[in-house]
Design a protein around this ligand. Structure first.
Ligand code: SF4
Length: 381
């Protein structure tokens, strides 16, 4: 039941209630500061509850950033290091395996694997890193390598995307994260990360993954130099690919953190801006099942509130997150299952543990390392 909304929002309310698709102009109108964020929240919540009922998902996961050395210099990135800097590192096999072991011993279902594009490492290093973990811990789902990394592997090997993805899958790749999307529009991309895979490459790589049956996520980095038009354009490009392939599982709006970046003069987005972007994303991306409020970036309070502004997922317990903590994120480095579930219940939602590809996890409450995969979670189309 939608209460009265701002008069400007009435045509959009009618479309949302009728389940009709929103246009570019609708998207821009929703960024009009006169449109109250709570009205957008009401509409986004309607869509969220239609699709996901009262459920809010989370998983138990660990991060692995095997190197921070990177050939690129994206202006928003606080994580990267030069090859010869004291900050630079590249993990060896023993360290990588130790991370897998730690994940398994802590009951993780997922290892999230991303990092820098190291000047001296070959494609095989990135591939074999997955293989050694997968051979030792085959139950652990490896969500690995963004489209930017896949694009780099294409450059290193001069081989086509599909071949690389097949080889990675053979090595243990389970699905792909949605990072590296930033903002597709060249007016912005050329200012913030001119050298890495462009928007068309990013889309091409995800399309190829989807066509091979590899599920992926998608993201948008907002709150830096982009304008509402660039955000809506970005969302519409994702929606277009999803119409074609249906391969995206979840969308994660990523709030920019300026500390230690080349854009440290910019203020990070406010909670209201975060909630507005979450709600607009939910409303524009009518064909993507899940919206994730990534608590590491949004902060715990905003992520919890976002569960009523379109989000139905809080990401995971997370361990060893470096990328956003290097950029000044003040969130903890880990949340226990108990804490995550309490946050969800406090927001009036029902917590459900899922695996990476949105199947329910059935866990032995007296032994958290004993778990099995159940049915796929239900989503109304
Ligand atoms: S965002 Fe990724 S590609 Fe860009 S500099 Fe940072 S680590 Fe490298």
């Amino acid at each position: 039941m939608i209460h009265t909304v701002h008069p400007k929002l009435n045509p959009i309310r009618e479309k949302v209630e009728a389940g009709e698709r929103l246009t570019l102009d609708d998207g821009l109108l929703m960024y009009d500061p006169e449109v109250p964020v709570n009205d957008l929240g009401q509409l986004a919540n309607l869509v969220r509850e239609r699709k996901n009922g009262n459920k809010a998902y989370y998983n138990i996961n660990t991060h692995l950033n095997a190197t921070n050395v990177c050939v690129y210099r994206c202006i928003f990135c606080a994580f990267r290091s030069d090859l010869r800097s004291d900050k630079g590192y590249a993990m060896n096999d023993a360290q990588i395996l130790a991370r897998g072991k730690e994940a398994v011993e802590n009951g993780c279902t997922e290892l999230h694997v991303v990092g820098g594009l190291h000047h001296q490492r070959k494609f095989e290093w990135y591939r074999d890193l997955l293989k050694i973990i997968h051979d030792e811990y085959p139950k652990l789902h490896l969500k690995a390598w963004t489209a930017v990394e896949i694009n780099w592997f294409e450059f290193l090997t001069k081989r086509p995307t599909a071949e690389i993805l097949e080889e990675l899958r053979e090595a243990g790749l389970g699905s792909m994260p949605g990072g590296g999307a930033e903002i597709f529009h060249p007016e912005v991309r050329d200012q913030i990360c001119e050298h890495k895979a462009d928007g068309n490459n990013w889309i091409h790589i995800h399309r190829t993954a989807h066509n091979l049956g590899i599920r992926t996520n998608c993201t948008m980095l907002y709150g830096h130099v982009e304008k509402p038009l660039h955000r809506i354009d970005h969302l519409m490009r994702l929606r277009e690919l999803q119409d074609e392939t249906g391969g995206f599982q979840t969308f994660i709006p990523l709030a920019f953190h300026p500390e230690n970046t080349g854009l440290d003069h910019i203020k990070k987005p406010s909670a209201v801006e975060d909630l507005r972007t979450m709600a607009i994303s939910r409303l524009m991306l009518d064909n993507i099942d899940h919206m994730k409020a990534y608590w590491i970036m949004l902060g715990i309070g905003t992520a919890q509130t976002a569960l009523s502004y379109g989000a139905d997922d809080l990401d995971g317990t997370v361990r060893h997150e470096l990328i956003y903590h290097d950029a000044g994120a003040t969130t903890p480095e880990f949340l226990s299952v108990e804490k995550l579930e309490n946050l969800i219940r406090e927001a009036g939602r029902e917590p459900v543990e899922r695996d990476t590809i949105y199947r329910k996890v059935i866990r032995n409450s007296s032994d958290p390392t004993d778990w099995q995969i159940g049915e796929e979670v239900e989503v109304a189309v």
